[in-house]
Design a protein around this ligand. Structure first.
Ligand SMILES: Cc1ncc(COP(=O)(O)O)c(C=O)c1O
Length: 396
């Protein structure tokens, strides 16, 4: 028989936190919608000073601990977390721009971010594009009404590298928002190069295990506070368990990024010489248009992404890509990236499928391209599997 005086009186009150348990070796998970408040004084104090917890849509200890870790990694005053990378981007744009304003976006952003740009236009916000490799073009497009400039550190799938300090100088007083999903704070800290805010799809490398959707931002406390408020109103809040998982994933981020960068470079060099590959895009290869800036900003690698063009004519390119994917059975086709496993994807039909054929062509994305997201397998194993799949799927 237990101590019945201490037992909850009804089944709906069971499962209370245990008082006085030994300190846990990992952070507790606060999987709760709300927090009990002692009285009106405490409620007023929480509301007034913004410290403490009431409702997880606004705040939760798992949000705070992850946000603080990301702020620390990025060298920022403050951080915040969101339901997904898209949730973070939407919160940023909706906080900074309103009808009548102007937003500038790199022309090579992730496909769904470009769709977000289209949605902003439906709300009366003018959206213009510029070539991320040209700070001069950006400078020429800044207007009095421009509220933000959005770029990615390394763009998908052609891997154009942003010269962040050049772009920040060109943006002047307009905040430069940098999506560092592909690179993470292990490879670059955009705030040190003049960015106002850095954001991540934490669904990717920050978590690194392919089992979470989460977004994160880091930057000045005032701006980050506005993004959090927007996220609360629009319901873009993060799930505590997903924060807990990313917090765990972060502990191996340095090791994962080191190995991934090393293997990716090896694969890029190998595939460049393969007879079944017409072209490889990887910023540290001699023929990549961003090589010079990549060598300055990313001497140890630009992350785990490389893109290849399979040999064969454009007319039959999709069938060739399909055959390759079927033959590369150990390397699954997955429309995401940054898993522990190496995966391949078809940009024309995944990340950029939301764009019109004309816009895709303008962005240089063709049907014969395969994007490889390099994981944690040994390089030799990947080289063997890719070589076999390329040969088996070769056109006659
Ligand atoms: C560069 C980049 N930014 C943002 C996103 C959106 O993130 P999420 O899928 O977490 O919404 C993605 C998703 O693939 C991405 O690759």
């Amino acid at each position: 028989m237990g101590d019945t005086a201490r037992e909850p009186q009804h089944i709906v009150r069971m499962g209370r936190p245990q008082p006085g348990v030994a300190p846990a070796a990992t952070p507790p998970l606060y999987q709760t919608a709300a927090f009990d408040v002692a009285d009106i004084d405490q409620l007023e104090q929480i509301n007034g000073q913004g410290g403490g917890y009431i409702y997880t849509r606004d705040n939760n200890p798992n949000h705070d601990s992850l946000a603080a870790s990301i702020a620390m990694l990025e060298g920022a005053d403050a951080g915040a977390v969101f339901a997904s990378g898209m949730g973070a981007l939407a919160a940023i744009c909706l906080s900074l721009a309103r009808a009548g304003d102007h937003v500038l976006m790199s022309g090579s952003l992730y496909g769904k971010t470009q769709v977000l740009g289209q949605r902003l236009q439906q709300l009366g916000i003018a959206v213009d594009h510029f070539d991320v490799t040209s700070p001069a073009e950006l400078q020429g497009k800044i207007q009095g009404a421009t509220q933000l400039v959005l770029v990615e550190t390394v763009a998908n799938p052609l891997l154009e590298v942003a010269d962040i300090s050049g772009l920040a100088a060109a943006a002047g007083k307009v905040p430069l928002i940098v999506d560092s999903t592909f690179t993470t704070s292990e490879l670059i800290r955009p705030l040190e190069h003049g960015a106002a805010v850095v954001m991540h799809s934490a669904s990717k490398y920050l978590n690194g295990h392919g089992d979470v959707l989460l977004g994160a931002v880091a930057g000045p406390a005032e701006l980050v506070g506005r993004f959090r408020e927007t996220a609360s109103v629009f319901g873009q809040n993060a799930n505590p368990f997903e924060c807990w998982l990313v917090q765990r994933g972060l502990r191996t981020l340095p090791l994962r990024m080191q190995q991934i960068c090393r293997t990716t470079r090896q694969l890029a060099e190998y595939l460049q010489g393969h007879e079944e590959i017409s072209r490889v895009w990887y910023p540290l290869l001699a023929d990549h248009p961003s090589r010079a800036i990549a060598e300055v900003l990313y001497p140890n690698g630009t992350g785990g992404i490389l893109t290849v063009l399979l040999r064969g004519d454009e007319e039959n390119a999709s069938a060739r890509v399909s055959r390759f994917m079927q033959c590369a059975a150990g390397i699954p086709f997955s429309p995401t990236l940054a898993d522990t496993r190496t995966t391949v994807s078809h940009p024309a039909r995944t990340s950029h499928r939301f764009l019109s054929a004309a816009r895709r062509q303008e962005s240089g994305i063709t049907d014969g391209m395969v994007r490889i997201s390099v994981g944690l397998e040994p390089a030799e194993m990947l080289i063997k599997e890719l070589d076999q799949a390329l040969r088996e799927s070769a056109p006659g």
